[in-house]
Design a protein around this ligand. Structure first.
Ligand code: ATP
Length: 325
């Protein structure tokens, strides 16, 4: 329920809505280091922003409160999905951080249109946070630079800075130390979305457990494979299909063994290669071109999968409208 907003006919408060969209991501490569003493893992990853977007409409309200709702037009089936609407929501946290640094902050209502699978390994909550940072910056005329916003984004989560930046980028540290990478052409993908989620911390714990059992000494990942960046620069899906890598994939499959079948069905239906996206369970299948991706998505839908053709790279968080009410 949206709290009452002030209109032009209620004193001097004029409500305004800033609408921002921000993309979900696929990790084209993801190398994960050993568990660090601080409880985090270092990663070396190539992020690709894809054409599946979250949207946040931030509307100023009287007072200082922050409220969150999910738009009925969300394309996801959110039945039984747990999205907190209080201070645990990443969009709420982003608005609270912006309120702290904005002199002219008002109250705000955030309406989120969800399209990126929840707990799907595509950074949907992170996209909501990135969109909210940008929306509140505009709503409250905070005037923060992209660098300042990226700094706040990193406080909210490792994947939030990338959703702000978009495009293609190498991520080091915990994924938040980003360097934009050149990608000549769009790559076409089919996302196979699961009707269940995987907890990112649980996937990391599972990887640690598997590695401990094997007694392997895992090095800190310091760089990404140059062949991946080369394939992206050349716009060469065949070359890219041979070097896709995700260290978390085996842990996701340990927790959800059916993911192995999903990748297998995708590859036998014509995908160049398939990979679990981030911590999963969304599977990203690489296709030759847009037509191949559309055809593959349709074939998989006929087989009962929730499949969607997308492309990337696409830009990061962008304002799409700014309206006085
Ligand atoms: P990542 O790939 O960044 O680890 P994810 O895409 O796998 O994340 P999210 O959809 O971002 O996962 O959400 C993970 C959990 O975070 C959800 O299960 C939910 O309880 C909580 N959450 C908090 N804020 C949000 C939000 N705005 N949208 C969705 N989930 C949220």
């Amino acid at each position: 329920m949206i709290p009452a907003i002030g209109g032009a006919n209620r004193g001097r408060f004029v409500a305004r809505t800033v609408r921002v969209r921000a993309p979900g991501k696929v990790n084209v490569s993801l190398n994960v280091g050993p568990l660090r003493p601080d409880g985090y893992h270092s990663v070396a990853s190539v992020y690709l922003a894809v054409s599946l977007y979250e949207e946040v409409a931030a509307t100023s309200t009287e007072g200082t409160g922050i409220t969150v709702s999910i738009a009925p037009s969300s394309t996801l089936d959110l039945d039984g999905v747990d999205i907190p609407l209080d201070e645990r929501n990443l969009a709420y946290k982003a608005a609270a951080i912006m309120r702290d640094v904005s002199e002219k902050a008002t109250g705000v209502h955030l309406e989120i249109t969800k399209r990126v699978p929840v707990a799907g390994g595509m950074g949907g909550g992170s996209a909501d946070a990135a969109a909210t940072l940008l929306a509140c910056d505009a709503l409250w005329n905070s005037g923060l630079s992209r660098e300042e916003l990226a700094h706040l984004a990193a406080e909210l989560g490792a994947d939030v800075p990338f959703s702000l930046l978009g495009g293609t980028a190498v991520g080091l540290g915990v994924g938040d130390e980003l360097s934009p990478a050149l990608a000549k052409a769009q790559m076409d993908w089919v996302l196979v979305c699961a009707d269940y989620g995987l907890s990112t911390p649980e996937v990391f714990h599972t990887l640690d457990r598997l590695r401990t059992t094997e007694g392997l000494d895992i090095p800190e990942p310091l760089e990404v494979d140059a062949k991946i960046l080369q394939a992206l620069r050349d716009g060469n899906p065949d070359a890219l299909s041979k070097v896709l890598i995700n260290d978390l994939q085996r842990a996701s499959i340990e927790l959800a063994p059916q993911l192995r079948d999903t990748i297998g069905i995708g590859e036998s239906s014509g995908a160049l290669a398939g990979i679990v996206s981030g911590s999963g369970p969304t599977v990203a299948l690489l296709a030759h071109n847009p037509r191949a991706a559309e055809g593959l998505a349709e074939d998989l839908r006929h087989l009962g999968h929730n499949a969607l053709a997308v492309h990337g790279p696409v830009p990061g968080a962008r304002i799409i409208s700014d309206t006085l009410l």
